[in-house]
Design a protein around this ligand. Structure first.
Ligand code: NAD
Length: 282
């Protein structure tokens, strides 16, 4: 029987843990997250609304800053600098992607690392790579690890293949899985990898974050593999992932669905990091 890696269930438990930690902590005010949304991308609007709803449920105050689609880089940076300096704000989330005339790298570089609850600032990335635990871990990689660990899947010493080397998912996930205490053996594949299928068939655990609908098919995995699908796509009105679930699931020992797999845990990562940012300031 294939085990379904139920991200919704794990996320609910994590939301509860964050809510309890906030309620238990004596503090002059609750945690506060600033959410910066540029333009009116419908997917971003939905993500931001979901994040804000979850914040409210666990006791995090979220403050929205809506900026117009045509905002200049200077104005956006000025807003981030103001939030950096605001003592009433613990965490800052700039919803990506930004419109094409804006540089996300410059915005991320400008964030106060102590408020960078997405964990994307170079200082936090560096800390992750060095194994320092006083930074922030990016939310989706953290979600993947929680999803596996909380289903009792052993990571220590296992051969894990990650498909995708983005700064948001693939690279930080590789660094996290290599951390002492997690101790996986990690290979990262990408768009230039020769014979991807030969590599994915060697994986005991396969994490796919390629942004290509149904890239991974049954013939690309070995019997008994654990598969985590990070991809999200809307195809003919339905959400689907980077893995061809119908054909792959029967060969797996465990698999995460889309939706209901990694997605809810990414939000749990954000709430957890906002809690950390707030606590570190107390
Ligand atoms: P990205 O486009 O920045 O990176 C994709 C990576 O996959 C690149 O490194 C590329 O080299 C690699 N790749 C592309 N095609 C490939 C192929 N044919 N073979 C091997 N490697 C290939 O994407 P991203 O931001 O990392 O996101 C990946 C997917 O995960 C997207 O579908 C995105 O929507 C989704 N995502 C989901 C969550 C979530 O919360 N569940 C969070 C972030 C991203």
């Amino acid at each position: 029987m294939v085990q379904i890696l139920d991200g919704k269930k794990v996320a609910e438990a994590l939301y509860q843990e964050v809510a309890e930690a906030i309620a238990r902590q004596p503090a002059p005010r609750p945690p506060a997250l600033a959410v910066v949304l540029v333009g009116a991308n419908p997917a971003s609007q939905t993500y931001v609304a979901t994040k804000e709803r979850r914040c409210q449920e666990v006791g995090i105050r979220s403050v929205r800053l809506n900026l117009p689609e045509h905002v200049s880089q200077e104005e956006l940076l000025a807003q981030v600098i103001a939030l950096n300096a605001d003592p009433g704000i613990d965490g800052i989330l700039v919803q990506l992607p930004l419109p094409s005339h804006l540089s996300a790298d410059q915005v991320i570089d400008c964030l106060n690392p102590a408020k960078d609850v997405d964990g994307l600032h170079p200082l936090n990335m560096g800390k992750l790579l060095l194994g320092h635990t006083d930074g922030f871990v990016p939310c989706t990689p953290q979600g993947v690890v929680w999803l596996l660990e909380r289903h009792g899947i052993v990571l220590r010493g296992r051969r894990i293949v990650i498909v995708g080397r983005s700064n948001i998912v693939g690279k930080p996930l590789a660094a996290l899985l290599l951390r002492r205490g997690i101790d996986a053996t990690v290979t990262v594949a990408h768009s230039q990898t020769a014979d991807l299928a030969a590599l994915t068939r060697e994986a005991e655990i396969l994490v796919v974050a390629a942004g290509q609908p149904h890239l991974v098919r049954a013939e690309m995995i070995s019997q008994g593999t654990v598969v985590v699908d990070v991809g999200i796509h809307r195809v003919q009105g339905r959400l689907t992932g980077d893995v061809d679930y119908e054909s792959v699931a029967p060969k797996c020992s465990a698999i995460s669905p889309v939706p209901g797999g990694v997605g809810p845990l990414t939000i749990a990562g954000l709430l957890h990091n906002t809690l950390l940012a707030w606590r570190r300031k107390l």
